[in-house]
Design a protein around this ligand. Structure first.
Ligand SMILES: [Fe+2]
Ligand SMILES: [Fe+2]
Length: 131
């Protein structure tokens, strides 16, 4: 598990998926520093796009199955971020994919995810664990 201690929610399936996401995001961040070409990063970028949407829907399933009172609110945040990230990914794709747009997308994703985990996912995890 590469997740830093403060990002661990204590809900195994959520932590495993966060870990996978952060791991892939780190691949892109490191590649930016190594001078890896944009073409080599495309598969990782597209893996992340798919995996984020799987992760959101798995989390939302847990909300529903545990009758989480803030399920709708939490889902609305996922939805609004999904829209934003799709625009960024499309921009990456349309502009022939260059390193700058990939890194920018990656950073936006990373910043949002960390903020979201620390506050919103953590709040759900507390509820879930006390159920
Ligand atoms: Fe999450
Ligand atoms: Fe979430």
């Amino acid at each position: 598990m590469e997740l830093e201690q403060n990002l661990i929610t204590g809900v195994k399936e959520i932590d495993e998926q966060h870990n996978e996401l952060i791991k892939r995001i780190n691949i892109i961040t490191k590649a930016g520093k190594n001078g890896t070409s944009a073409d080599e990063l495309i598969p990782t970028l597209f893996f992340i796009r798919k995996y984020v949407s799987k992760h959101f829907s798995d989390e939302e399933q847990l909300h529903i199955s545990s009758e989480y009172p803030k399920a709708a609110e939490h889902k609305a945040m996922h939805d609004s971020f999904s829209k934003k990230i799709n625009v960024l990914f499309d921009k990456c794709n349309d502009s022939g994919v260059n390193l700058m747009t990939i890194l920018e997308t990656n950073k936006t994703l990373y910043d949002w995810l960390i903020t979201h985990i620390l506050k919103v996912d953590m709040e759900f995890a507390q509820y879930y664990k006390n159920k």
